[in-house]
Design a protein around this ligand. Structure first.
Ligand SMILES: Cc1cc2nc3c(=O)[nH]c(=O)nc-3n(C[C@H](O)[C@H](O)[C@H](O)COP(=O)(O)O)c2cc1C
Length: 230
């Protein structure tokens, strides 16, 4: 199926359709998401699998004035200081991954009309992470577990559930490691206890119509290179 044929503004009817048509949305309509839809998505996402059913996640869904306050504080902090994530962000990659990451940057900046050499414009674009790309709702995933590889996998399963369930409802999302860059700001604003680590977050909302950024699809490697049957 050609994902381009199904509009990101339509609801989907199957997991495959949601999977094939989901992509990260970086421009949103400010229209609020009805509470019953958010409830449905996040209640169902709790069915995600985890190591020995340990369920290492908590999820904080922030809309309205609190979201605006967080956007203001996170943006200010990001302008003034370097990230202090509680998880170690990856530092090195195989060369083929580096190429994909470079291509992603080139393509996104191209669609956003940013010259890659223009650091100021790139920094401004990066800052949009912290106002949730204009989404009406921001989501933070936290965990009080000691972080290890399998907790990471569990949280990844949870994250993917949210992305697909949101897509099913005709909502767009952008998963964002950037939202774990300043955990103290999130903890203080939401009144979270110290032991709850802010791992990452996502923006969620209705995709802005007529947005070139939202039409942008990332490619995938050939399945014949990645999937082997025996
Ligand atoms: C763990 C994780 C962290 C990510 N962090 C960010 C981020 O901080 N900012 C952002 O704009 N996109 C972020 N993304 C989105 C990826 O860039 C995107 O998923 C990838 O390029 C594939 O594109 P697609 O989601 O459109 O299919 C993140 C995705 C994942 C899974």
């Amino acid at each position: 199926m050609n994902p381009e044929l199904i509009s990101i503004h339509e609801v989907t009817k199957s997991v495959s359709e949601a999977m094939n048509t989901r992509h990260s949305i970086r421009e949103y309509d400010p229209k609020p998401i009805p509470e019953e839809i958010l409830n449905r998505i996040f209640e169902t996402s709790l069915r995600s699998p985890s190591w020995k059913n340990s369920q290492p996640w908590k999820v904080h869904i922030v809309s309205g004035a609190k979201k605006e306050l967080l956007a203001e504080k996170l943006t200010k902090t990001a302008k003034e200081s370097a990230p202090t994530p509680e998880t170690s962000w990856p530092e090195s990659y195989p060369s083929d991954a580096k190429k994909r990451m470079f291509d992603l940057g080139m393509k996104i900046y191209g669609v956003a009309g940013i010259d890659r050499k223009d650091k100021e414009a790139r920094d401004q674009f990066m800052l949009r992470n912290f106002s949730f790309f204009g989404a009406p709702t921001a989501v933070f995933i936290t965990s009080k577990f000691d972080l290890n590889f399998f907790v990471g996998i569990d949280l990844g399963c949870f994250l993917q559930s949210v992305l697909l369930l949101a897509r099913e409802e005709g909502l767009g999302t952008c998963p964002q490691a950037a939202l774990g860059a300043f955990p103290e700001v999130v903890r203080e604003t939401l009144g979270l206890p110290k032991e709850e680590k802010v791992i990452m977050g996502l923006s969620i909302g209705y995709p802005k119509a007529d947005s070139d950024l939202n039409r942008f699809h990332t490619p995938r490697e050939e399945s014949s290179d990645l999937i082997r049957f025996y």
